[in-house]
Write a protein that binds this ligand. Structure first.
Ligand code: HEC
Length: 120
């Protein structure tokens, strides 16, 4: 009994470690993006979905990176606190994600956003 339990524990530890290592920050960000952002910003990040007082933003590089002056911290602030590059409030229905996503999760999403690119 004791032996079976420790084998099970070892397998659990190994499987857990493998599953964790398999997911890069970018891949974790893609999963988070698809759960929390895609409905409004579309699967490719192109946005353009119309709401009463706003149109969802295009989140693809390089335009988003240029707008936020190539500072990930400013993109993170936009996501967490709904502030644009100059500190003005983003319009509803863009949620404020602070309290719902951790800073680590937001960094993973930003890593993923850098991979969504359009030329030009
Ligand atoms: C309910 C719809 C909705 C959801 C869900 C949503 N957004 Fe938005 N988002 C918007 C809208 C609308 C805007 C445009 C706001 C404006 O024009 O002021 C926006 C703007 C943004 C901006 C600012 C872009 C810029 O050019 O200034 C970023 C960054 C952003 N969203 C990221 C995200 C991320 C990341 C998620 C998921 C964690 C997310 N959004 C989820 C609707 C949404």
């Amino acid at each position: 009994m004791h032996k079976i339990l420790s084998v099970a524990a070892l397998c659990g530890a190994l499987f857990g470690a493998t599953a964790h290592a398999a997911l890069t920050p970018m891949e974790a960000g893609r999963a988070l993006y698809r759960t929390h952002c895609m409905a409004c910003h579309r699967v490719d990040g192109s946005g353009g979905v119309r709401f009463a007082h706003a149109v969802s933003a295009d989140l693809r590089a390089p335009a988003l990176e240029r707008t936020y002056r190539h500072q990930d911290a400013l993109i993170e602030r936009a996501i967490l606190h709904g502030r644009d590059e100059d500190g003005s409030s983003l319009h509803a229905p863009m949620p404020r994600w602070a309290g719902r996503l951790s800073i680590g999760q937001v960094r993973q999403i930003v890593a993923y956003l850098h991979t969504l690119r359009v030329d030009g």
